[in-house]
Design a binder for this molecule. Structure first.
Ligand code: GLU
Length: 472
């Protein structure tokens, strides 16, 4: 009997009964199982809240089909495709580039975004000017990525081209290796790059590798996968048409497009050297005002670079650079007292946030409160009126952001209620704060990755042969 049971268990195991084949087809399942990667562009946790572009899109799909969403995380691209192949997920949604080899094995969905592969290097070192300049350099790429396929295709015209494949979930590790001088060049996708460059500001783009590639979800190459594809394609088509995808793109990636590299460098140094002194106080005040401490830290950095006795020519002072008038209104009697200043600033922001029209949602609401913090509610209101006049949506920060600089233009501000304001500066102010906040969020992302083993493809460049292989 025992032997018989063992046999059944063994057969069940071979057939993957415990997980894979137990997965009902999408149209007959109450649960949507998605396999993804834990990366800042796909799926990650902000505190205890799941976030990420692919996660958000998958959630919309699940909601529309009245399904629960279950997320499985793969630690590398080969593992992700293995899981899809084994039937462990209905969909692989992980910033995946469409590629010929993948298409031969799996069903691709319609594209939902485009990404450009970039060749990156460390600023100050030898910059490649053409793809052939990658020959003889220590080039790294993520194992199992679509970029490996592109490089392999290039080898016919550049037979000397070699690279190392890093077994990592995404390009964060590649950026780190280039920053540390443990690799010279890396291939990184453009969206990931624009986000990660805030953490690795010394890494810059040198070249584009090929044409922009569509990003798709992959479905198993089975008849059930083909059926799922019909549902997924219908969903993606509708989400493109309704603007839902554009909205998600703006929400997840939009604010990273205006970041300054130099600003990131200085900020990171200050985070290392000065933030530890102020973080406990910032966290305490943020908790009192039910704010995320990273936002308060970003504002106080933008205001004073965390200098409690900062002073400007216009007479504003302290950690949160309050004017004398605002300080008195907020009950702050000593503006150079960091705790008082932070409390005053947090209260001021909270108050502006509360006073905005109720139908402005996050994250637009906080961005508009920040704009009001710096130029005043009246001018923000003017910019919202201008936005509406021009056919934009005054509830959306990107629309209002586009109209704020017009408050400096005499033909425009003379038509507004509150007149001239430094709208351009207000835009930079909000962009900077969101940028710094983003860096702090990325840095506090729990690191669930494992050290990537390294695989050599082709011969290593001369100067690296025999050297111990760089592993993070
Ligand atoms: N989009 C790439 C792929 O699908 C992922 C590589 C990366 O994370 O940079 O292979």
């Amino acid at each position: 009997m025992l032997r018989f049971l063992t046999l059944i268990l063994a057969v069940m195991h071979l057939q993957g009964c415990f997980d894979s084949s137990a997965l009902a087809p999408i149209d007959a399942s109450e649960e949507l199982v998605v396999v993804t990667r834990n990366t800042p562009t796909t799926y990650f946790f902000e505190g205890d809240r799941a976030s990420g572009f692919d996660y958000a899109l998958a959630k919309q799909f699940a909601r529309q089909h009245d399904m629960r969403l279950r997320v499985k995380v793969a630690f590398s691209l080969p593992e992700l495709f293995e899981m899809l192949e084994q039937g462990e997920a209905h969909i692989a949604a992980a910033g995946l580039s469409k590629s010929t080899e993948r298409d031969a094995q799996f069903h691709p969905s319609l594209p939902y975004l485009q990404q450009q592969a970039l060749v990156v290097y460390k600023s100050g070192l030898l910059r490649p000017h053409a793809l052939r300049d990658m020959v003889g350099r220590d080039l790294i790429v993520i194992a199992g990525s679509a970029h490996v396929e592109s490089l392999a295709a290039m080898q016919s015209s550049l037979p000397e081209l070699t690279w190392r494949e890093i077994h990592a979930a995404d390009s964060l590790e590649l950026m780190q290796l280039v920053t540390d001088g443990k690799a010279e060049l890396a291939i990184v996708d453009s969206i990931e790059f624009s986000i990660q460059q805030r953490l690795f500001p010394r890494v810059v783009a040198a070249l584009e590798l090929g044409e922009p590639a569509p990003l798709v979800w992959y479905l198993p190459g089975t008849p059930a996968g083909a059926k799922s594809k019909v549902l997924v394609d219908r969903f993606i088509k509708a989400a493109q048409k309704s603007g839902d995808i554009a909205q998600l793109e703006r929400l997840h990636f939009g604010r990273f497009m205006h970041a300054s590299r130099l600003g990131s460098l200085v900020f990171q140094r200050k985070v290392r050297d000065d933030l530890p002194v102020w973080q406990p106080l910032i966290e305490t005040v943020a908790t009192e005002y039910q704010m995320d401490w990273k936002l308060l830290a970003a504002i106080s950095y933008q205001e004073s670079h965390w200098d409690p006795v900062a002073r400007s020519r216009t007479g504003v002072r302290g950690m949160m650079m309050l004017t004398q008038a605002t300080a008195s209104e907020l009950g702050v009697d000593d503006r150079t007292d960091a705790a008082q200043s932070l409390r005053g600033g947090a209260r001021f922001l909270k108050d502006l946030h509360r006073r905005l029209p109720p139908d402005i949602e996050e994250p637009d609401r906080t961005s508009m409160a920040l704009a009001a913090y710096t130029i005043g509610m009246g001018h923000l209101e003017d910019a919202r009126v201008l936005t509406e006049r021009a056919g934009g949506d005054p509830h959306l920060w990107p629309d209002v952001r586009a109209h704020l600089p017009k408050l400096q233009n005499s033909s425009v501000y003379t038509t507004t209620r509150y007149g001239f304001a430094e709208g351009g500066q207000a835009v930079t102010y909000v962009d900077n704060i969101r940028h710094y906040e983003g860096i702090l969020k990325l840095q506090s992302m729990p690191d669930q990755r494992i050290s990537p083993p390294v695989e050599i493809h082709g011969l290593l460049p001369e100067h690296l042969r025999g050297a111990s292989l760089p592993i993070l």
